[in-house]
Design a protein around this ligand. Structure first.
Ligand code: NDP
Length: 333
């Protein structure tokens, strides 16, 4: 059975009695620093390069240090982009704990300092980690041990997770490898499949003479799909189903097996193998070393000026942006 941890499973004293260094002051770094301070962590240092991040941390009232100066802390939270982690100038103590917010660098053996190694990965965007904490709300987290050198790794990891507010809604125990594979699989397996399905749907509806604006409204602009997913989260599948009309319920359920003959599994399995074997991580490293030429070319094709102009036009016509534009036009009249 998968283990789920809550606030009662962690002892904040393990955090507040330790020296803590945060490496990076970006999306996650800033939220973690503010939350840990509010959770009673007093020996807290922010270690960043000398630029805008450093200024922001100073403005927020933190003492700032060079990256190297994180090494001596009892607990080091590494909160910089995954690709940049392997090159960090860190020399960790055998009894220290080094934490990451994503399993990637541990899973693909890009980072293996001395001491305890762990993961606290919020399933939440960085700035929201702060907002949820301030609101007293929580967010689901994935926590895991990569290496237990002291015999105390899990207790220390849970203390940090509690300190950032990451145990309020529950933390799922995952190895960093499981977390990394799942995270990459959503991006590389599920997202392209959904894009493929959406594209086929748009083509089918255009073929039936439905205007593109109406199709896009159904898919994105109305927010209906988004709200349905929100209800799915809050009420579960059967609960959210009751919010649809009987005809909608019957249509959805009676056609549910329509695609059963399509076998996605072999394609998904191949993509999952690329992730789990480390082939994707090697490919991504090579892409970084070459200066990201393929990424730039792919963005130009799939999210370039043509797509951006179409989306701008749609949003100006329909949805909240259109409402805003109309309201300011009315005010001018
Ligand atoms: P950001 O891109 O916001 O991190 C920016 C910070 O990293 C800045 O302080 C920046 O410093 C520093 N930084 C960037 N490159 C380097 C480098 N080469 N050497 C040293 N410092 C560097 O990262 P996120 O907060 O988005 O991600 C941090 C971790 O959290 C990652 O492991 C990510 O996978 C994970 N995560 C992120 C989520 C999110 O919502 N963003 C969600 C869950 C997990 P400078 O200003 O000097 O460039």
């Amino acid at each position: 059975m998968t283990k789920v941890y809550y606030d009662a499973d962690a002892d904040l004293e393990r955090l507040t009695s330790s020296s803590v260094a945060l490496v990076g002051y970006g999306n996650q770094g800033r939220s973690w620093a503010l939350n840990l301070r509010d959770s009673g962590c007093t020996d807290l240092r922010v270690c960043v390069r000398a630029d805008e991040s450093r200024e922001r941390a100073r403005e927020d009232g933190f003492e700032v240090f060079e990256l190297e100066e994180a090494s001596a802390a009892d607990i080091v939270c590494v909160l910089i982009p995954d690709d940049a982690i392997p090159a960090l100038p860190l020399r960790r103590r055998d009894d220290g704990l080094t934490l990451v917010a994503s399993g990637y660098s541990f899973a693909f053996e890009r980072f293996a300092p001395a001491g305890d190694l762990g993961m606290v990965a919020p399933r939440m965007l960085g700035p929201e980690v702060r907002r949820c904490y301030e609101e007293g709300a929580g967010f689901i987290t994935a926590v895991g041990v990569q290496h237990d050198a002291t015999g105390d790794a899990l207790a220390r990891i849970l203390a940090v997770a509690k300190g950032i507010g990451g145990l309020r809604e529950g933390a799922i125990e995952l190895t960093p490898r499981q977390e990394a594979v799942l995270d990459l699989a959503v991006e590389q397996i599920l997202s392209p499949a959904l894009t493929h399905v959406n594209t086929a749907f748009v083509g089918t509806m255009l073929g039936h003479g439905i205007p593109l604006e109406a199709i896009m409204t159904e898919l994105f602009l109305s927010g209906e799909v988004e709200r349905t997913y929100r209800l799915l989260r809050k009420e579960g599948f059967s609960g959210q189903l009751e919010h649809h009309s009987p005809a909608s319920q019957y249509g959805q359920l009676s056609r549910r097996g329509s695609y059963d003959a399509l076998d996605f599994a072999p394609i998904m399995q191949k993509l999952a193998d690329d992730i789990a074997s480390g082939r994707f991580a090697d490919e991504w490293d090579a892409e970084g070393e070459a200066g990201y030429p393929k990424l730039e070319a792919l963005k130009e094709i799939h999210a370039g000026p043509g797509i951006q102009a179409l989306e701008r036009e749609m949003r100006a016509k329909l949805g909240p942006e259109a409402a805003g534009a109309r309201a300011s036009e009315d005010a001018e009249e």
